[in-house]
Design a protein around this ligand. Structure first.
Ligand code: ZN
Ligand code: ZN
Length: 331
């Protein structure tokens, strides 16, 4: 489901209000989708992933905070930022965004993951008084492929992309979640509401007062697979991108050029839409979203037309495009 226009978003929130149903949605928000430099119609690279009240950013090009203000995202829930590389169109928005969060009296720590040099850059900004974060910046410099960030419900891995400078791609992966709790079944088995429900949902068996043992499988449906997405920007076709994209639900891949311009793309360290489609196909991704689109092609349909024969489930991102990945209603 794609919700893109401001009006539909307003309607969405009005509906939540009317029915007073707290809805936790997992969604992707494309904040900047152009390559190189911002224009009135496209900002530069940044994608937000919002899940369970937490926000993650992949890249933070110039103007990211302005784009965020126009979107449904707010920096308060920002948990971590994953920087691919030090080209300005991927990182220049970071000082401004951090500065604004300082002005907003943020206290929560913020994790920033990126290439080696991140510590030096941020500490230099501090020394020059360009940055004076009032909250803790947890900096993680990526030195080798592998897991770079992990909690009990998801992990983020990095792998090497091939660009003109050191560049990392990322894979965000939720762990499988337990099946849905069958309330009617629980009631019919005589399980008293309360801690017993929670224990069963956490995979622990319980013993009722009458001595009957209830196993989690008795009241839980099938385990629900977690969401996986990959962010590969900027790169020429490479093994790292294919590794990150393996079986993902969503592959966000750069497409600076439309298909047919492979020679130029490779020379500049970039991909065409056909390159991205080949990566999606090879990796068995479910959906491909093209981003980092060259401003030289105002008609973006050419990016799709030149790759659809290779991988059909593809769209070209535009600024402020929101894609709802899942909606969970709180019980
Ligand atoms: Zn770029
Ligand atoms: Zn670049």
């Amino acid at each position: 489901m794609i919700i893109s226009s401001h009006c539909r978003r307003c309607l969405f929130f009005k509906l939540i209000y009317l029915y007073e149903v707290p809805i936790l949605s997992t969604r992707l928000v494309f904040l900047g989708t152009g390559s190189g430099k911002p224009t009135p119609s496209r900002g530069v690279s940044s994608v937000g992933l919002f899940r369970e009240g937490e926000l993650f950013l992949f890249d933070c090009g110039e103007g990211t905070q302005t784009q965020m203000a126009k979107s449904s995202l707010r920096p308060g829930g920002l948990k971590a930022i994953f920087i691919s590389h030090f080209h300005g169109d991927h990182v220049n928005g970071l000082p401004g965004l951090i500065g604004s969060m300082v002005l907003g009296n943020r206290e929560d720590p913020l994790t920033i993951v990126g290439p080696v040099g991140l510590n030096l850059w941020l500490s230099t900004l501090r020394k020059l008084n360009i940055l004076w974060p009032s909250f803790q910046l947890k900096v993680i410099e990526v030195t080798e492929p592998g897991v770079v960030y992990k909690t009990e419900s998801y992990r983020v891995s990095a792998d090497v992309l091939k660009h003109r400078i050191t560049c990392w791609g990322y894979r965000f992966e939720e762990f499988d979640r337990p099946g849905r709790f069958d309330l009617k079944k629980a009631q019919s088995l005589g399980i008293p509401p309360g801690p017993a429900y929670g224990n069963l949902q956490r995979g622990k068996s319980i013993t009722l007062e009458n001595g009957n043992v209830i196993e989690p499988d008795d009241v839980l449906g099938e385990a629900r697979p977690g969401l996986a997405l990959a962010y590969c920007c900027d790169t020429i076709p490479c093994e790292g991108a294919a590794n990150l994209a393996k079986d993902v639900d969503i592959l966000i891949h750069e497409s600076t050029y439309p298909g047919g311009e492979e020679k130029m793309a490779k020379k500049r360290g970039h991909s065409t839409s056909a390159d991205a489609a080949r990566c999606a196909k090879k990796a068995n991704a479910k959906k491909l979203i093209l981003t980092h689109l060259s401003q030289k092609h105002p008609n973006k349909s050419i990016f799709i037309e030149t790759c659809k024969s290779i991988f059909n489930n593809v769209i070209a991102a535009r600024d402020l495009l929101e894609i709802e990945l899942e909606r969970r209603e709180e019980k």
